[in-house]
Design a binder for this molecule. Structure first.
Ligand code: ZN
Length: 172
């Protein structure tokens, strides 16, 4: 297993639209394992393949308190969403140091495949429901900051670009 590099907003590769996973093979299983390791290491609750610069419909998550319920979600399809919406404070491993309020469906049901290629259903509520919607947005090239006001988004962008430049300088 190995840790993967997580892209940072506003990297344009975060705006790429992922293609369906064509075959759940050893490469995909390795990718899922590496993504889980990367997510746990970064203390995130979810990670989409887009964030590690792989543009295929795959995400991993673990919203359990004990951090012992890893889920591999391949080719997710939304089958039902609640009428209720919730407003919650969201963060993202690709937008370090920031968070912002985003409106999401309170509940969502999806169908997907696991790393063995078996189809299963997730009936998600609360944090897990928010996480699924956040990660599925990544797969269509959307970062949560796009829901924020242009002012707040601009502030985040400017700060992260500045930090990236400083990090580059200290490396060279
Ligand atoms: Zn994210």
């Amino acid at each position: 297993m190995s840790l993967l590099n997580i892209l940072t907003y506003p990297d344009p590769r975060l705006n790429k639209v992922a293609k369906p996973v064509a075959a759940i093979d050893a490469r995909i299983q390795q990718l899922a394992a590496d993504m889980l390791e990367t997510m746990y290491e970064a203390k995130g609750v979810g990670l989409a393949a887009t964030q590690v610069d792989v543009h295929e419909r795959l995400l991993v998550m673990d919203t359990s308190e004990e951090r012992d319920q890893p889920l591999v979600v391949i080719n997710p399809r939304v089958v039902w969403t609640s009428d209720d919406v919730v407003l919650g404070d969201e963060g993202c491993l690709s937008v370090p140091g920031f968070s912002g309020d985003v409106e999401r469906f309170a509940e969502i049901h999806i169908e997907c495949e696991n790393a063995n290629g078996d189809t299963y259903k997730i009936e998600a509520t609360e944090l897990q429901a928010v996480c699924i919607q956040h990660e599925m947005d990544h797969l269509i090239g959307k970062v949560y900051v796009e829901y924020l006001s242009p002012l707040k988004r601009g502030r985040i962008k400017t700060k992260l670009i500045k930090e990236a430049k400083e990090a580059q300088k200290s490396e060279s």
